[in-house]
Design a protein around this ligand. Sequence first.
Ligand code: NAP
Ligand code: GCO
Length: 290
Amino acid sequence: MAGILDEFRLDGKVCWVTGASYGLGLAYAKAFHEAGAKKIVFNDINQDLVDRGLAAYKEAGIDAYGVVCDVTNEDQVNALVKDVEEKFGGVDILVNNAGIIKRIPMVEMTKAQWDQVISVDLTGPFVCSKAVLPGMIKKGYGKIINACSMMSELGRETVSAYAAAKGGLKMLTRNICSEYGQYNIQCNAIGPGYIATPQTAPLREKQPDGSMHPFDRFIRSKTPAQRWGTTKDLQGLAVFLASPASDFINGQVVYIDGGILAYIGQDPSQLDESKFKDVTGVEDVKVNDD
Ligand code: NAP
Ligand code: GCO
């Protein structure tokens, strides 16, 4: 007899995770595989990254399908979706994970830099979702999971374009839910707090004198758990939102932040550094920060 844990399984499902050669995307894909997914499809922007991803999946015992595809390029995205339909029967679960950040004060940010962030982080999910929705409507089944952020709720210095994109992505999540929920399609978002990945590596780098990066200390003072998150912290929610267990959850952003959004924070100078746990699970492949 099927029990409650079977509701969390992804048997027979084709999962496409964008920008998943490393970082959070790779962690989501590994979790989907473990939950029984039939095929993991991922893309990245060049062959080097796809090859790196393929090696990582192979090492994890996953026969993934990796494709060079820029999420901002509608022709490439449509070609990927068509190819996946022909080879594996169409995308059942899409994770709009690909994202970039530019940490530049707003008055110094060029319009081209702004456009690039909005294009990858907001337009990319629109383009990819638009491409998979007709197949999902036909099947009467589909899950779309967007990569929101603390910056879907909060602002901070230097991340204006990223915050605007992630705030917009929260509303795109609600709109996909509103428009396509009638076809048994659920669109939700994961809102990670500060997670140790290459994207956040510059914020954790030790100072030349060996001391902690001030932002590292700041984040721990803002996080009741007093640590950075790891990719493992996010895997359970990803599987839940991809699985039948969440079939009546739609249009939500679920934050996994160690309590940041609930807490006003404490004076960073009062933190006892000797009690900090080191972060684990950092995939040290490439630092993406320009
Ligand atoms: P990451 O380590 O930088 O990985 C992002 C991936 O997306 C990279 O493989 C990147 O390739 C790829 N990518 C960038 N532009 C692309 C494009 N146009 N088309 C296809 N792929 C593209 O980031 P992460 O930390 O794993 O984060 C994953 C997602 O979660 C992002 O949307 C991020 O904003 C979000 N998020 C992260 C955190 C965190 O603390 N780490 C917190 C909240 C939300 P390149 O290496 O070539 O750029
Ligand atoms: C930053 C960070 C963030 C995080 C994440 C928070 O510079 O503040 O990179 O934006 O990556 O999105 O949830």
